[in-house]
Design a protein around this ligand. Structure first.
Ligand code: 5RP
Length: 221
């Protein structure tokens, strides 16, 4: 079995009747969403908020009931999402799929945040994967210069020959830092820069980590 499928499907076991959940974005949580679609057809009652337009489309196709955040909304019971890197102390780099802003909002509004990855995502320290940072289009070059002062050479993410636009109408800068030894400090430094909407470091947010292996088994932390 595919290791992403193994991790993604395992996470669906944590979803129970009546839950309000956040649905992440990417090829690992895809398997969670497909499984949830099957469970909904078999009678599971849930309501979900997607973290991207891509996930919204998939959830609608699968018949998963959706809702939008509203002012009196209590915390979500659970959010399940993938990651691009997971450190040994279970901090994450996310945003490879460009959905990091909504992903971080829903993760922080959830009582439980489950991260699903295949084993290749596990590293000792974060930073090998270029850190995605979502920035306002206006003055993005200036924002990029300020981010570079923190020790990287940001590149503007492109798609089909044009700048990649996030679901929130922003640009993305991919920031190769090599090693991020203090992700908590880095996240504060990045988010202090005017023009930064959010960065892809998820520090101390994961409650349950599910790592899929090539033989279809999973490790749960
Ligand atoms: C999207 C993300 C994804 O969760 C991350 O890129 C992992 O994706 P995949 O499961 O396809 O490897 O952060 O913004």
């Amino acid at each position: 079995m595919d290791s992403k499928k193994a991790a993604g499907e395992k996470a669906a076991e944590y979803v129970k009747n009546g839950m309000k959940i956040g649905l992440g974005t990417g090829s690992t949580v895809y398997w969670t969403i497909v499984k949830l679609g099957e469970m909904v057809k078999e009678g599971l009652r849930i309501e979900a908020i997607p973290t991207s337009e891509q996930t919204e489309k998939l959830a609608i196709e699968l018949g998963i009931p959706l809702f939008k955040p509203y002012p009196s909304m209590k915390k979500l019971d659970l959010t399940i999402d993938g990651a691009d890197e997971v450190s040994s102390d279970v901090n994450l780099i996310k945003g490879g799929g460009g959905a990091l802003l909504r992903e971080k909002m829903l993760a922080s509004y959830s009582s439980v945040f489950i991260t699903v990855v295949d084993h290749s995502k596990c590293v000792s320290e974060l930073g090998h994967f270029p850190l995605p940072v979502e920035v306002a289009k206006f003055g993005w070059e200036l924002t990029s210069i300020q981010i570079a002062r923190l020790g990287c050479a940001p590149t503007l993410r492109m798609a089909n020959g044009a700048p990649f636009i996030t679901d929130n109408g922003n640009y993305l800068l991919d920031c190769p830092f090599d090693t991020i030894t203090n992700p908590a400090e880095m996240t504060v430094k990045l988010n202090r820069i005017p023009g930064v909407a959010e960065n892809g470091l998820f520090v101390n947010m994961t409650n349950i980590l599910i790592v899929g292996r090539a033989d279809g088994m999973v490790r749960i932390h």
